[in-house]
Structure formats: C-alpha cells, structure tokens
Write a protein that binds this ligand. Structure first.
Ligand code: ADP
Ligand code: MG
Length: 480
C-alpha cells in the first residue's frame, strides 16, 4: 500500500514565515527525513515534540502527556522510524491505539512521515474486520503494526503475529485505552514483546492506571508533561451565601443553573452526604453517594456509573473521594466549606482538567465566613460572590445524564473483553460506535455506557443476541 498525500500548502509559504519553535534539524535525523518534514509543512517542532524527541531518540522509555492535537504522533513516529531497519522484514514497532479510527489516523500520519524511506510497510490490525485478510497481510510481512489491543492479542494468541524483532512499543492515548478496559490486553501484549525494547507511552491525561501501567511495562521512564493539571485559570470559582435551611436545596439550584454533565459534591460529614443524596433524588436528579460503608463491588459500580456519564452527581466526603480520578468533571460543589485551605484547593483542582473549563461552586453560611477568609488568604485573592436568586432554571428540563449503564452478568472470569461488547453492539445490533461510551470489565460483570436514547433497544439487542458466542443476561442500572 502507498499513500498519495501531496505536500501541504504550508510548505510553499515556508520561505515567508520563519519557523517559530525549535527546529527538527537540531535532532539527529537523516537528511531525507528532514526534507520530508519540510515538505509536510512541519517547519518547527511543537512543544511536545521538542520536549520528548531528544529523550525518545536517545533510546529512553518515555511517558509523555500533552493535550489532543499537539503532535504526539509525529513524536513517536520519528523515534520508531529512526531505529527501524527497512531491510529487515519483520515487525520492529507496534503502536497500540484505543479505537479503529485512531489507529487509522496514526497509520496515515506514520505513512506520511515514513515516505522519506523506501518501502516501509505499515499494517493496521483492528477488531471489526475479518481475521483472514489480516493474517495473510501478516504473512507477507510488515515493519510496523498499528492496532487495537484486543485484536493484536488475538493475533498473538493464534501465532499469526510475531514480535521477536520488535524494538519499539508505543501506547498511544493510554488514558483512553484504560478507560475502555484494555489494561489486561495491554499487559498481555507487552509481555509478548522483547524485554530490551523501548516503550513510549502517550496520554492526554494522567489517571491512576497510567502509573500502574508504567511501573509494570516501562523501564526508568522519563516524564514529559506539557499541561498544568490544575491550571487555575481553567477553574472558575464562585461563592453563594446560604442559610443552613437553604444549603441542600441550593445544590439543586446550582445544578439546574449551570447544567454540568458531571458534578462532584463535597460534604464535610457522612450524615450531610446522606441528607444531600435524599434531597437530590427527591428532586429527580441522578445522584449517587460514595461513602465508607460501601463494599468494594458497590464502590466500583458507583464510580463506573459516574465516570461513564450515566450519573450526574457524585456526593462524597473528602476521605471517600481520595484517589478518585475522573478526567471530565464540569463542576465541583463545596456543599460545606472545609476548614482546611489545602483540602479546598485539592477539591476544586478536580475540575478544569485536560484543558477544559470547570466550575468550582461553594456554598457558605454566615458562620463559615471565617473559613472563607482563610481560603482567600491562602489563595491570595478575593472570591467572587453571587446571590442565590440569580440562579435560573431556564428551560425547566430536568438535568439528565447523557448515558445509561447496562450491566452484563459476566466479566473477566468469562473472558469477556471490551471489544466483544463493542462488537456485539456495533455488529448485528447495528449501533454506531459513537453511541457507545465507556466499557468496564470487572471480575464478574461488564458495564457498558450507551446513549440514553438507545438504552432500551440496546438492552433488548444484547439480551437477544450473543456476546462472545454466548447468550448473556443484561440489566439496566437505574438509580431512580
Ligand atoms: P495528537 O496525537 O497530539 O492529538 P496529532 O499527532 O494527531 O496530535 O497531530 C495533530 C496535527 O498536527 C496533525 O494534523 C499533524 O499533521 C500536525 N502536526 C504534527 N506535528 C507538526 C509540526 N511539527 N508542525 C506542523 N504540524 C504538525
Ligand atoms: Mg494522538
């Protein structure tokens, strides 16, 4: 296969606009590669490329975190192509991606960058396509394989893919892959790779699972982070004065006004959490609480529903929320003001991540003003106050989460993998992948988030059809 991408228009205007950032020519790259980058209109390195390429080209393992669209593909493409021997006809680099679309995008970008060399063969291997043509392509040989973890694992199990000659393993969009429940598959694939390989991990966010992945599969990785996790400018704080009678009711008013998809509501005590949960539910909100009395399985279920956007509000104490990492959180509500300024900063830092804006809304009664004063002093600024009666509920529609969680009875024990469920829903059932959200596989259950509008029909199709060749029991988890 060849690509026919023509030089971008940017290349012709190169002479007029001098490169802004550091130049690729500062790197130990072949002249043909430098010329090709010029032709592609890559006149200078993007910040993540400038920060990660010297490390990757020197052969170190790497964890690189930067937002979407920052040029991460070219960063690992240049690293793996530099080490590649085109005359050796064996798989020397493997790139794992979360979805077929992303794998296709990576393959395209790799082809554009690889055209500086003659005849580098790149193969994409994703689920959803039949195995046979993939197997015969593999028999013809490839230098680079790009694919999704599940399908790569299938090929390894069948022996149709051999990774003995591999020298670079790339985990692209590692956070998304973890979101989709690919940890075990990635682990399986990584174990099949030679030990003395280089591993490059790219991610837009840095949830807990990334540390676990890197501890197990990276060797002395160097880290490059190009995004302030708690960029305070992304967090907008507002305070509302309430009486103690108004406090719990005010939470619903904030939700109806700001309409955040996901909100973490912090209370100072367990009792306050229970009371707030009752009030929110009585008002029709999809709310769940996280508290110490939950069994592990229940806690998992609550977190899964919140993270996959089928629950609007998670009510928690600081202790219960410890270690929780949710990438997309539109709002944090401080139902009570914490006496500890450090805890306050920690609470509000959970929103406004990954370059998105977030609201940090606080309710304070007269007798909490001393605490608020301490917070202002600690943060070195005056807070913005608004009155409760400025809050509106414009369209009168209840706040509803965009997704619904379906629970499939059967999980890791039954060898169910995310791809099996995605396949069942997008295959014969006929749904599109964009209607399917996160898929979490636990020991005994699999949870899949689907758009609210297709919940009933997805439930029916899954119950009537088969997952991994077997009939499964499915139920809709509804918190109402
Ligand atoms: P990410 O993986 O970080 O989301 P991509 O690798 O998909 O980002 O790159 C985003 C876009 O930027 C692509 O269209 C790519 O061709 C372009 N790009 C990458 N590096 C450069 C560069 N040095 N100069 C100009 N454009 C670049
Ligand atoms: Mg990318």
């Amino acid at each position: 296969m060849t690509t026919s991408s023509t030089p971008t228009p940017a290349a012709s205007s190169a002479a007029a606009t001098p490169p802004a950032g550091p130049s690729f020519s500062d790197l130990p790259l072949a002249p043909a590669m430098l010329a090709n980058l010029q032709q592609l209109g890559y006149l200078s390195m993007t910040p993540i490329q400038a920060a990660s390429l010297p490390i990757a080209l020197a052969g170190h393992d790497l964890i690189a975190q930067a937002k979407t669209g920052s040029g991460k593909t070219a960063a690992f493409a240049l690293a793996l192509l530099t080490r590649l021997n085109p005359r050796r006809f064996a798989v020397q680099a493997l790139v794992l991606c979360p979805t077929r679309e992303l794998a296709d995008q990576v393959t395209q970008e790799l082809r554009r960058i690889a055209r500086a060399e003659e005849n580098i063969k790149i193969l994409t291997l994703c689920g959803g396509s039949t195995m046979r043509p993939q197997i015969s392509s593999l028999e013809h040989g490839a230098h680079i394989v790009v694919g999704t973890p599940g399908r790569i694992m299938d090929h390894l199990e069948r022996g149709s893919l051999n990774l003995e000659a591999l020298n670079t393993l790339v985990l692209d969009e590692a956070d998304r892959m973890l979101d989709m429940g690919f940890f075990d598959d990635i682990a399986y694939v990584a174990k099949q790779c030679p030990k003395d390989r280089q591993t490059l991990l790219f991610s837009a966010t840095y949830p807990e699972g990334i540390a676990k992945l890197s501890q197990q599969f990276l060797r002395k990785p160097q880290e490059v982070k190009l995004m302030a996790q708690h960029a305070s400018s992304k967090i907008r704080q507002r305070f509302y004065e309430v009486t103690s009678d108004q406090r719990l009711h005010a939470v619903g008013m904030l939700l109806n006004h700001y309409r955040p998809v996901s909100t973490l509501a912090f209370c100072n005590t367990k009792q306050q959490c229970r009371d707030l949960l009752d009030v929110l539910r009585a008002q029709g909100f999809h709310a769940l609480a996280l508290h110490g009395e939950l069994e592990q399985r229940e806690r998992d279920q609550v977190l899964i529903q919140f993270a996959n956007r089928s629950c609007s509000v998670l009510v928690a104490t600081d202790v219960a929320a410890r270690g929780l990492d949710i990438a997309q959180l539109e709002a944090v509500i401080n139902v009570d003001i914490t006496p500890d300024p450090e805890i306050h900063v920690h609470r509000i830092g959970r929103t406004g991540r990954a370059d998105q804006e977030g609201w940090a809304l606080s309710l304070a009664s007269m007798n909490e003003m001393g605490r608020v004063g301490n917070l202002e002093e600690a943060q070195g600024k005056q807070f913005e106050w608004q009155a409760l009666d400025t809050l509106t509920h414009a369209d009168g529609e209840p706040l509803t989460p965009p997704m619904v969680t379906l629970q499939i009875l059967g999980g890791r024990k039954e060898k169910i993998r995310p791809g099996d469920v995605l396949g069942a829903l997008t295959g014969e059932a006929g749904f599109s992948a964009t209607q399917i959200g996160k898929i979490n596989v636990t020991e005994a259950s699999t949870y899949v988030a689907v758009e609210r509008g297709i919940a009933r029909s997805a439930l029916r199709k899954l119950s009537d059809g088969k997952v991994k060749g077997k009939r499964v029991k499915v139920r809709l988890i509804d918190d109402e």
